[in-house]
Design a protein around this ligand. Structure first.
Ligand code: UDP
Length: 235
């Protein structure tokens, strides 16, 4: 079910399939972790074996970004649609509410996870977010104890990539949750501190274009996409 682009695995599940899998993982007491993959990360991993190993360690690499979909098309693969980190997080919250699974929000600046919790619990009635902790607590034991004390089954980690993925790999066996997802700046968006592209851009897969208009200095970062596609073609 996985396709490989320049050494990095990407998983072909859509939102529905993946959320079903994750609930099964929890029921089976199987630990699993999700990571969002985009061309920028794949190109970085090409030069950085440790990063590549980290990304491939994840159980589910989601195709976050239109670049991965285009690459799959070029390689006659079957990954059809984007699964973005933030939308997957929302889907997991919806599924957790329906199945009575406990969620914990770890990461972001003090107060942001609490604000995100309030928004999420309103959006998904029945959702049980059992605790939050900001991403700047220095004492690792305090982090571990705070999470374990609430016995969550699902843990979102928002500390930026790859710090959050490293944190997950180092801690997944010593904290109670079964499902882990690194979610970057998602709490900032959910709490309303950071604006996402309008829905029209999201639907058309043109979030990159919206960001380019808003933050033109990002153009250099966006040159990664054509470079990535050329590399994929060459392989
Ligand atoms: N962050 C954190 N602890 C840190 C560094 C960063 O909790 O030591 C948080 C930061 O407040 C922000 C998120 O991690 O909410 C990083 O988001 P960013 O958009 O930079 O991540 P990306 O998705 O680009 O990897």
């Amino acid at each position: 079910m996985k396709e490989n682009f320049l050494g990095v695995d990407v998983c072909g599940y859509n939102y529905e399939q993946l959320s079903t899998k994750l609930i099964e993982d929890i029921e089976n007491k199987k630990k699993s972790f999700l990571v969002a993959i985009n061309p920028e990360k794949i190109m970085k991993a090409k030069e950085d074996p440790a990063l590549r190993e980290l990304l491939n360690k994840a159980d589910y690499q989601i195709p976050d970004g239109i670049g991965v979909i285009l690459a799959s098309k070029l390689k006659k693969g079957s990954i059809q649609s984007r699964v973005t980190g933030i939308d997957m997080m929302l889907k997991i919250c919806e599924t957790a509410a329906a199945h009575g699974k406990k969620v914990f929000l770890y990461g972001a600046k003090p107060g942001v996870a609490d604000a995100a919790k309030a928004v999420l619990e309103k959006q998904f009635p029945g959702l049980n977010i059992v605790g939050t902790l900001d991403g700047y607590e220095k004492n690792d034991q305090v982090v571990i104890d705070t999470i374990n004390q609430h016995e969550p089954e699902i843990l979102f980690v928002a500390k930026g990539s790859p710090a959050q993925e490293n944190w997950i790999v180092e801690h997944m066996d010593i904290v109670t949750p079964y499902v882990f997802q690194g979610v970057g700046g998602s709490y900032d968006v959910i709490s309303g501190n950071l604006k996402r592209a309008p829905e029209m851009y999201q639907k058309l897969g043109l979030e990159w274009f919206y960001r380019l208009m808003k933050e033109p200095w990002r153009w250099k970062r966006q040159l990664i996409l054509p470079k990535f596609l050329v590399e994929v073609m060459k392989k």
